[in-house]
Ligand binder design. Structure first.
Ligand SMILES: NC(=O)c1ccc[n+]([C@@H]2O[C@H](COP(=O)([O-])OP(=O)(O)OC[C@H]3O[C@@H](n4cnc5c(N)ncnc54)[C@H](OP(=O)(O)O)[C@@H]3O)[C@@H](O)[C@H]2O)c1
Length: 394
């Protein structure tokens, strides 16, 4: 099951990595924090909030904000009546959010545009090595009322190694030398854990560490979860992994965006696994839910993990989101639910993802070097091999 570990780690790393992780090439480890800038001004007093808006408008700094999760956070913050300033290099969709203040800089080097500024809340979707966090601390000093670091469930040492549940108290992975900021698939999780520690050291008692699982839904640049809605939408006989009982955990990007904003509004601190759902969701439920949401002339042929391994069809990359039971740790999410994390029905995520593919004419070459999943030809080949053993669809 080491493959599952690596696959899941790789997936989560490349989740980050589609653009940002590569862009955020590791910087040299830096010395500890510098003394701070002015304390944050009190949030403007609000009076009664407009319907659907937060009671107290916040001045928010979004470190990132223009790829996948960031825009959802920004949209939600604006909908809640907050003011948002973006900080990024201006490379990824620089025209997004034309009405917002945009500060330019690079977390690997010059963040001086942040100097002397103060914010009620900071959302950080673009920290991959601890020096990214320390640099922000040096620039903003104490001028941060609340800081939300978007981390990852890849921080957990036990991820993918067993069937044991993982909660926020589970041990995080470490590096032999924590001063080396070399970002790879293998170091992504431990470096995120170090980012969390750097944030806590920078603004003690003011940090929410939000650890998402696979982030999915419209706009996902990684095309992983998207494989399943797209595959069901194509119809016909679908190769489905395992026996249908394996867990399928992920989170809709819009639910995550809403949670991140809620956490800042409530000044929630501590560590939270941000992963679906209210109850367990099996792979069979996911796929049959997709069938109900999309089209009915589709059948599923469940192919056992051992046969898939023989055919060199690996979990996670070839069959996205799927992890065989031996390495499929259920992530506990009760803490986050207790702080307001909610989930839309997964069928809605599925339908919206297909609508996004259609509307944006996103044409994915599944199962090629560039995209996860199985190509139609490869899927048919494996199904034929499985049927040659005397099994069928259900
Ligand atoms: N996708 C998943 O399944 C998954 C799962 C678990 C956790 N996560 C975490 O969720 C977060 C998702 O990130 P996202 O990419 O969707 O966030 P995002 O905020 O939408 O996009 C990343 C932002 O970072 C900026 N950026 C990149 N390199 C930068 C640099 N060197 N200096 C300053 N800004 C820089 C980019 O703009 P410019 O390019 O213009 O600078 C962009 O605005 C990540 O922290 C990831 O680790 C993801």
């Amino acid at each position: 099951m080491l493959d599952a570990v690596l696959s899941r780690r790789t997936l989560l790393a490349s989740a980050a990595g589609a653009g940002a992780a590569a862009a955020l090439a590791p910087a040299v480890a830096r010395a500890a924090d510098a003394p701070g800038a002015p304390a944050p001004a009190p949030a403007p007093g609000a009076g009664p909030a407009a319907p659907g808006k937060a009671a107290t408008p916040l001045r928010i700094l979004m470190l990132g904000g223009t790829s996948f999760l960031g825009p959802e956070i920004v949209e939600e913050a604006l909908a809640q009546g907050h003011t948002v300033t973006l900080f990024n290099r201006g490379k990824t969709r620089p025209d997004l959010f034309p009405g917002l203040e945009k500060l330019r800089g690079d977390r690997n080097g010059d963040v001086s545009a942040l100097k002397g500024r103060s914010f009620d809340a900071v959302f950080d979707t673009s920290a991959y090595v601890p020096s990214h966090v320390r640099r922000v601390r040096e620039a903003l000093g104490d001028g941060v009322g609340h800081y939300t670091l978007v981390s990852t469930i890849s921080v957990y040492a036990a991820m993918g190694a067993s069937r044991d549940p993982i909660d926020e108290a589970s041990a995080v992975a470490t590096l032999p030398d924590p001063t080396v900021e070399k970002l790879t698939d293998a170091t992504y999780g431990p470096l995120k854990a170090l980012c969390e520690q750097a944030a806590e050291a920078a603004w003690p008692g003011r940090v929410a560490h939000v650890r998402p699982g696979l982030i999915v839904g419209p706009g996902d640049p990684t095309d992983r979860f998207t494989y399943w809605p797209a595959r069901v939408a194509r119809g016909g006989e679908v190769l489905a992994p395992g026996d249908g009982t394996d867990g399928a955990q992920c989170i809709d990007v819009r639910d995550l965006g809403r949670f991140v904003v809620r956490v800042a509004q409530d000044k929630t601190t501590g560590v939270y696994n941000a992963v679906g759902f209210e109850g367990p969701l099996s792979f069979a439920e996911l796929l049959h839910g997709a069938k109900c949401a999309l089209r009915h002339d589709v059948t599923f042929t469940w192919v056992p993990a051992a046969f898939l391994a023989e055919q060199k069809v690996g979990p996670w990359h070839n069959l996205p989101l799927w992890i065989p039971p031996e390495g499929n740790n259920p992530l506990r999410n009760a803490k986050a639910i207790g702080k307001g994390l909610t989930f839309r029905p997964v069928a809605q995520t599925v339908a919206d993802t297909v609508a996004w593919l259609r509307d944006t004419r996103r044409d994915v070459a599944w199962g090629t070097g560039r995209a996860p999943g199985l190509s139609p030809a490869r899927e048919a080949e494996v199904l034929a091999a499985w049927k040659a053993k005397g099994s069928g669809a259900r």
